[in-house]
Design a protein around this ligand. Structure first.
Ligand code: PMP
Length: 300
């Protein structure tokens, strides 16, 4: 799927073809690239960007970890997101701000190298359909907090996600589920996991995961539905007695897990918590719940 025709490139709106630069640079060679993913939704009050402040905050944090000088402050990056959406005249979709070392420079010394900052947007319609996936607990362990800074979204980390993804797909499953170095459940390649038992939502505690913004949203909204959230270390055996399991991420929102190889299969008589949360989430992102309007930023 190609992004929309207008992008924000190094400070101004440009056309998509301008983004094609040298194919040799440190961003590609060493994964010296950071990015974020943001959704915007069509609401009764026009297009609204969901949790923009938090996403741009994370983007700036990620760039600081790789010592990038973005050449734009938070206010300007927020404007870049809005301007890119407006330039493409879109009312719902997905935005990806990205920064990468773009000099055709040999060697790992990225410090001070030229940087490209670009924002792409994709038109995505809001389709209400239940998403379902199968997962495999893969052999490769998740990168951990002693190895990398997991609060940053750095492209190079995704080599780990890709290896798990390949293993899962080649074994006939949709997505990988990673354990951390201690054998506790960590996360998927690009999503966080929640395990439902009764009225409790269990999720791996932060430390060896990217604590996603959608995960944070679920933690904050669950009590509205009478659900308790418990962040803890979770062994795979814990999955055997789960009522429901779901994944979270900006792009997927909530995604139901129907099977985890050897540990979990969704039983027919189970399954009311995920649809209830999905419904609540959709109302929130569409500006239908007053308490959470603070999370929405108008495009205009
Ligand atoms: N974990 C990883 C490794 C991810 O790449 C993502 C996607 N950003 C997530 C979790 C979910 O994070 P978020 O809810 O902020 O999209």
């Amino acid at each position: 799927m190609n992004p929309a025709k207008k992008i924000w490139l190094n400070g101004k709106i440009s056309s998509l073809d301008k983004a094609v630069s040298f194919s040799f640079h440190q961003g590609l060679n060493y994964g010296a690239c950071v990015y974020d993913g943001i959704r915007f939704y069509n609401t009764a009050k026009g297009p609204m960007i969901f949790r923009l402040d938090e996403h741009i905050g994370r983007f700036i944090y990620s760039s600081s970890v790789l010592r990038m000088n973005l050449g734009a402050n938070k206010k300007e990056l927020i404007k870049a997101v809005k301007d890119t959406i407006k330039a493409n005249r879109l009312s719902s979709g997905y935005v990806r701000p990205m920064a990468y070392y773009s000099e055709p420079k040999m060697g790992i010394n990225i410090l001070g190298a030229d940087l490209t900052t670009v924002t792409y947007v994709w038109p995505w319609r809001d389709v209400i359909k239940e998403k379902r996936v199968t997962m495999k607990i893969v052999k490769k362990r998740r990168l951990d907090g002693d190895t990398v800074d997991l609060n940053a979204k750095i492209s190079g980390y995704y080599a780990n996600g890709l290896l798990g993804f390949i293993e899962a797909r080649e074994s006939g499953f949709d997505e990988p589920l990673f354990l951390d170095k201690n054998g506790y459940i960590a996360e998927g390649a690009v999503n966080n996991i929640f395990i439902v038992k009764g009225k409790c939502l269990y999720t791996p505690k932060s430390g060896n995961i990217l604590g996603g913004i959608t995960r944070d949203t679920i933690i904050k909204i669950a009590p509205d539905l009478g659900l308790k959230v418990c962040e803890k270390n979770i062994k795979p055996e814990f999955l055997r007695t789960a009522d429901e399991i779901f994944l979270t991420g900006t792009g997927i929102e909530l995604e139901r897990v129907v099977k985890i190889s050897g540990y979990f299969s969704l039983r027919k008589d189970r399954g009311s918590v995920v649809p209830m949360l999905e419904d609540h989430y959709r109302k929130i992102v569409h500006g239908e719940i007053k308490k959470y309007k603070k999370w929405l930023t108008p495009v205009r």
